[in-house]
Design a protein around this ligand. Structure first.
Ligand SMILES: N[C@@H](CCC(=O)N[C@@H](CS)C(=O)NCC(=O)O)C(=O)O
Length: 208
């Protein structure tokens, strides 16, 4: 299997962390692609017409995207039954937590695209304010969920997604101070982030 990847992408990190948790990381060949939101790269869009990473190319040539699909595929392939609980309230809780983490990231990345590649004269402060408000709302929800997360005996796709989202804020939004006023989330993240799968996937700039 080949994963189209960048070490800066928090969605890729989620996939890599799941692969490590379920013991499939060694089966992943990785191919770097920066996935520019502006330049369509045939090497990527031939596989994912949306031009986004991660994309997973299976050995039979079929392609899976996006990160929730790839994560569930890896867990199912490994026969893991804990990251994606099979049914009942535990399943819906884990999937909703994943949506919360991914949604926080969607806002963080939308705002990064607004502030980093976009020419200064074209930037729209209301857009940034709106994305930062989504991030703050998601963080407050994570703070409320933290006691439940601490009580989970096993990681799920939900806790992995939330931890990857918080790790991305540390990487790209260090000035945000997301821990302020959110001691429970900060304490949960400090412990979860020491899992070997999280340590091995810390975000970093790509070095050619
Ligand atoms: N919902 C997607 C989001 C993936 C995504 O937005 N990835 C970013 C990199 S962090 C990307 O490929 N951006 C390029 C673009 O938006 O065109 C997933 O979970 O995989």
């Amino acid at each position: 299997m080949k994963l189209i990847y960048a070490p800066t992408s928090p969605y890729v990190r989620k996939v890599m962390a799941v692969a490590l948790e379920v013991g499939l990381a060694g089966r992943l060949e990785i191919e770097f692609n920066p996935a520019s939101p502006l330049q369509r790269d045939p090497a990527l869009v031939d596989f994912n017409p949306l031009g986004k990473i991660p994309a997973l190319i299976l050995d039979d040539g079929s392609v899976l995207f996006d990160s929730p699909v790839i994560c569930e595929y890896l867990a199912a392939t490994a026969g893991d039954t804990t990251l994606f609980p099979a049914s009942g309230p535990a399943r819906w809780a884990a999937l909703t937590q994943q949506a919360l983490g991914d949604g926080l990231l969607d806002a963080a990345i939308a705002n990064r695209y607004e502030t980093v590649p976009r020419p200064v004269e074209l930037r729209w402060p209301d857009w940034t304010r709106a994305q930062l408000a989504k991030i703050a709302g998601a963080l407050d929800r994570i703070e409320a969920l933290a006691p439940e997360l601490r009580g989970d005996a096993q990681p799920t796709i939900g806790s992995i997604a939330l931890a990857c989202a918080l790790g991305y804020l540390d990487f790209r939004y260090a000035d945000l101070g997301w821990r302020e006023g959110r001691p429970q989330a900060a304490a949960w993240f400090a412990a979860f982030d020491e899992r070997p799968a999280m340590v091995a996937t810390r975000p970093r700039e790509h070095v050619a």
